[in-house]
Write a protein that binds this ligand. Structure first.
Ligand code: SF4
Ligand code: SF4
Ligand code: SF4
Length: 223
């Protein structure tokens, strides 16, 4: 993997364009009646401990060998012993224009209009894996026990259903993750987005990702 965030993102875009996925027609952004859940990863606070990954696996019963969430570490920036690292969260972006939903022939991949969460209904899945191929962020995988696509769903059926924050957010020891309703101007995530410089991944593809990021001051600026 390339060492800088700029190169990491650029190489990801090149891969997507190279597979022709950029030509998938994207649905018009839908109006959400109610909440619009989003997440912010503050890379300047992230220490790469992967407690979020462990919490996600435990809460959502994700088997070993697959993952809904990865924290990707950059190559060292600077020389030992003063080297720094940046950390990049790879997980579903809960796109407002989700190609995975657009290509699904059975309605198994869907976007919950009450919350904006993109999720998978295994009972409707016909196993074509179109959604796995269509995701420009490459965050979908085949669940080895259910045999259907799986990915982050903001803990929709686990912690959220119990009125709790997503497991990764609660587990983070540095408060690098913020989750909330981006439709509510008073929410913590809305305040952060309004007052701090954030970026999102692969915005030119038109997916309108709802995973926001604050760049690590040690890393390159995002493209
Ligand atoms: S990141 Fe991929 S799986 Fe998630 S909503 Fe966007 S296209 Fe779908
Ligand atoms: S929001 Fe839930 S499902 Fe998504 S990465 Fe965090 S713990 Fe996993
Ligand atoms: S738990 Fe927090 S600090 Fe640790 S890797 Fe995840 S986001 Fe970064």
């Amino acid at each position: 993997m390339s060492c800088s965030r700029r190169k990491f993102i650029a190489s990801g875009c090149a891969l997507v364009l190279g597979t022709g996925l950029a030509n998938i027609p994207l649905v018009q952004s839908m109006t959400i009646n109610g909440k619009r859940y989003a997440m912010l990863h503050d890379e300047s606070k992230c220490i790469g401990c992967t407690a979020c990954m462990d919490a996600c696996r435990e809460t959502n019963l994700v088997p070993e060998g697959v993952s809904r969430l990865e924290i990707i570490r950059s190559e060292p920036q600077g020389e030992y012993p003063d080297a720094n690292y940046s950390f990049f969260r790879k997980s579903c972006q809960h796109c407002d224009n989700p190609p995975c939903v657009e290509v699904c022939p059975s309605g198994a991949s869907f976007r919950d209009e009450e919350t904006g969460i993109v999720d998978v209904n295994p009972d409707k899945c016909v196993g074509c894996q179109y959604c796995v191929a269509a995701c420009p962020y490459q965050v979908r995988f085949i669940h080895p026990e259910k045999n259907t696509p799986d990915k982050c769903n903001f803990c929709r059926d686990t912690n959220l259903a119990q009125g709790k924050l997503p497991a990764c957010v609660s587990a983070c020891p540095t408060q690098a993750l913020i989750f909330g309703d981006a439709n509510d101007p008073a929410s913590a995530i809305s305040q952060q987005i309004a007052t701090k410089p954030t970026y999102r991944n692969k915005v030119p593809l038109g997916t309108d990702p709802q995973l926001f990021r604050i760049a690590d001051r040690n890393g390159d600026l995002p493209s």
